[in-house]
Design a protein around this ligand. Sequence first.
Ligand code: PLP
Length: 382
Amino acid sequence: MHGFSTRAIHAGQEPDPTTGAVIVPIHATSTFAQDGVGGTRGGYEYSRSANPTRTALQECLAALEGGRHALAFGSGMGASDVLLRTLLRPGDHVVLPHDAYGGTFRLVDKVLVPWGVEYTPVDLADVAALRAAMRPETSVVWCETPTNPLLGIADITAVAEIAHGGGARLVVDNTFASPYLQQPLALGADVVLHSTTKYVGGHSDVVGGALVTGDAELAERLTFAQNATGSVPGPFDAWLTLRGVKTLAVRMERHCDNAERIAELLARHPAVEQVLYPGLPEHPGHEVAAKQMRRFGGMVSFMVRGGREAALRVCAGTQLFILAESLGGVESLIEHPGAMTHMSVAGSALEVPDALVRLSVGIEDVEDLVEDLRTALDAVAD
Ligand code: PLP
């Protein structure tokens, strides 16, 4: 098998057979001419069902995650919705990370619970807690590692063993790590989910999602459900994502380099109470992360001394770190999860600490990033 970057640049992306175009064309068409009824040229009929630009992206993502089947969606949440409504039935139970992405929690709590599904939030770093949460009707264990926004680490192999032992499937949301840093299917996951909006696309210019699995029967059911419900990316969105993914490896190396430097700054700064970064030896998940990840990623969270008010001041005090939701783009972002990305978990068991600030460390010159953040922190420490 070719190396990661070779797959990112070539998998699913043969030069166009009719024109020789090196880059996969944006097939901006809703429908495809047929040579007689049922006589498609290459299997394409209608772009909700399949589109060649989307197919190229799907083949590339499957190759990067080491799965045989990938489906690209109009958003990460679209992918989560199709996946959960395919895997779950009313009466089923799902285990969620205790700090799951707020949108995933909202989907389960507000859409699937009224449909008859039950859930238990669990700290998946604690395998005993996971074992205790499993029920006969548990059909899905949903894992994020690293988690959003607390950067918790779960041991995918151990979680897979427990999930499978209880007859459940393991889904890993691999958005924070990206397939460059972590490949959950090889560690026992049944399905990998991405918000391709983040590192996979990498340039904050497109929203998308993806599912990857090695299970042909499940892939067929997911394909049916996606076509039936319609959560597909347009060809331009698929093309932008494919354009971004080609540079994933080099971007991730730089994200990791920069995040390590930022974590060092935070660890020494008096305005910071605690740094949450799996690359730090004192992080409780450091050893597991070192075992299952290539490096530790570009996301860094921290608790500011002085609680919510001080955290909001840090968020307002940076110039280069842009105050914005989302993550995984080339530009650095800062946010207050409690008031922004994770507002939907306020008042629930998944509520995040008020003093928490989350950084998506970009690939700018690291000296500039360090200076920017230090200035904002100094203002709060004074
Ligand atoms: N999973 C994680 C870990 C996320 O951070 C997000 C979005 O922030 C999603 C899923 C949902 O993806 P999207 O916003 O593309 O729908």
